[in-house]
Design a protein around this ligand. Structure first.
Ligand code: HEC
Length: 192
């Protein structure tokens, strides 16, 4: 029994010494002391790393066809503006409470106001330097034209863009996009 105890204490001492050594960071220009060799070299390929076996030796791979990231919901009207205008229903229709509008305002002012103006008045009056050199000036979003659109049409333009305006799907998560639609409806009412 005593000899076993001695042995374990001995092993613990060696272990501690090894840990102390291996945890020594690089000092000056001396490299790490690596006691247990394999533990610093992970077999997993990290993003951006070189991989001998991969096509073009890229560590990052293209996801297999037909797969989607967790939580991703495909937008079924991607190429169907008509379908979106007619069938996409605003789940927050008429909701003009502070909570809804503040979310809409946050995303509108971050992503849209620089081109369409803080009041939706368009580039002409907007104090927006980015629009100065744009050949096609961003139109107002409080126009009679946009007022005549369904909420689905507006949602579609935010998601997919329109003409020279790019899509904002990656800037405004799906669950906050209707709030932006409602915020534009709010700006329209203000502009009367
Ligand atoms: C970089 C400038 C820019 C940004 C940022 C921008 N847009 Fe636009 N937007 C445009 C331009 C330019 C057009 C006209 C595009 C066309 O019809 O070819 C346009 C068109 C529109 C229209 C259609 C208006 C009409 O009369 O046809 C709506 C609605 C609209 N944008 C909403 C938004 C919203 C909402 C955002 C923010 C999520 C946004 N835009 C961000 C430049 C921008």
């Amino acid at each position: 029994m005593r000899s076993i105890m001695k042995l374990t204490t001995g092993m613990a001492a060696v272990g501690l010494a090894a840990m102390a050594l291996s945890s020594c960071g690089p000092r000056g220009n001396k490299p790490n002391v690596e006691i247990i060799q394999d533990m610093m070299e992970s077999p997993a390929i990290k993003a951006q790393e070189y991989e001998e076996e991969a096509p073009h030796h890229r560590g990052m791979r293209v996801p297999p066809e037909g797969t989607a990231p967790v939580g991703f919901e495909p937008y079924k009207y991607a190429t169907d503006l008509d379908g979106a205008s007619k069938s996409l229903k605003n789940p927050l229709i008429g909701k003009m409470d502070e909570e809804t509008l503040l979310v809409g305002q946050k995303f509108y002012e971050t992503n849209c106001a620089l081109c369409h103006g803080y009041k939706g008045e368009g580039a002409v009056v907007a104090n927006a330097s980015v629009t100065a050199k744009m050949a096609l000036k961003p139109p107002p979003v409080v126009s009679d034209k946009v007022k005549g659109w369904t909420d689905g049409h507006l949602y579609h333009v935010i998601t997919m863009g329109q003409g020279v305006m790019g899509p904002y799907a990656s800037h405004i998560p799906q669950k906050y996009r209707w709030q932006v639609v409602n915020y534009i409806r709010f700006l329209e009412k203000q502009s009367k």
